[in-house]
Write a protein that binds this ligand. Structure first.
Ligand SMILES: C[S@@+](CC[C@H](N)C(=O)[O-])C[C@H]1O[C@@H](n2cnc3c(N)ncnc32)[C@H](O)[C@@H]1O
Length: 198
């Protein structure tokens, strides 16, 4: 049997994330996922949320990682993954009804995080939700020692990476047409942020 790209973190967090998505992604439509990684979230959420069309995507450098798992799942409501670098001025889709991204904001450069919000501001209609999952800091303070360690390790790996602070995300979200609807504590010092397009 061929082994598929695998993330233990995805296995650990997919159930709590799904519980929240069930509360937020209530209506039918297309859910754009940015930075699908291994595709584990895409397969799990598409199977559990049959009223949605799940649209995976990833950066051109990573897109091949998700393809085998998505193809093996062969779910009717799981779309072919899109090549999407959020920094591109033209995105490969013009409209989505909701958006999801997990563990991407601390991997992207700040310019890319800005591009993510600007792009979603263009693609999402008024009232559409954007769920962003991951570890975040607040007022320049980490919420746990493990998040502080993780932030240090990211910055040592690449200067453009690092945990994002809500004091930076909030003004960016407001400037790009989103308001914060909820900020939910998740296991392992992560958060599920729900922004909604004005
Ligand atoms: C830590 S992985 C998270 C993958 C998956 N969402 C998860 O939770 O396991 C970060 C993801 O962000 C994607 N990414 C980084 N920069 C990006 C960009 N500029 N545009 C789109 N995706 C990007 C990477 O390709 C990768 O899939």
């Amino acid at each position: 049997m061929v082994s598929l790209p695998y993330s233990q973190a995805c296995e650990n967090n997919k159930q709590p994330i799904l519980a929240r998505l069930k509360e937020v992604f209530v209506g039918p439509g297309t859910a754009l996922e940015v930075g699908s990684g291994t595709g584990q979230h895409a397969v799990y959420f598409a199977a559990a949320l049959p009223h949605l069309t799940w649209q995976p995507s990833d950066h051109p450098a990573s897109i091949e990682t998700c393809r085998p798992r998505l193809a093996a799942a062969a779910l009717a409501n799981l779309a072919e993954p899109l090549v999407l670098d959020v920094a591109d001025t033209v995105w490969p889709l013009t409209q989505a009804d909701m958006a999801f991204s997990a563990n991407t904001a601390h991997i992207m450069s700040w310019n890319e995080v800005e591009a993510l919000f600007h792009g979603l501001g263009r693609v999402l209609s008024p009232g559409a939700p954007f769920c962003l999952y991951g570890p975040f800091s607040y007022g320049g303070r980490h919420t746990s020692g493990s998040n502080a360690d993780f932030d240090r390790s990211l910055r040592a790996r690449a200067a453009h990476m690092g945990l994002r602070d809500m004091d930076d995300l909030q003004p960016l979200a407001e400037d790009t047409g989103f308001y914060l609807e909820s900020d939910t504590a998740m296991p392992a010092n992560n958060r599920l942020l729900v922004w909604r397009r004005r």
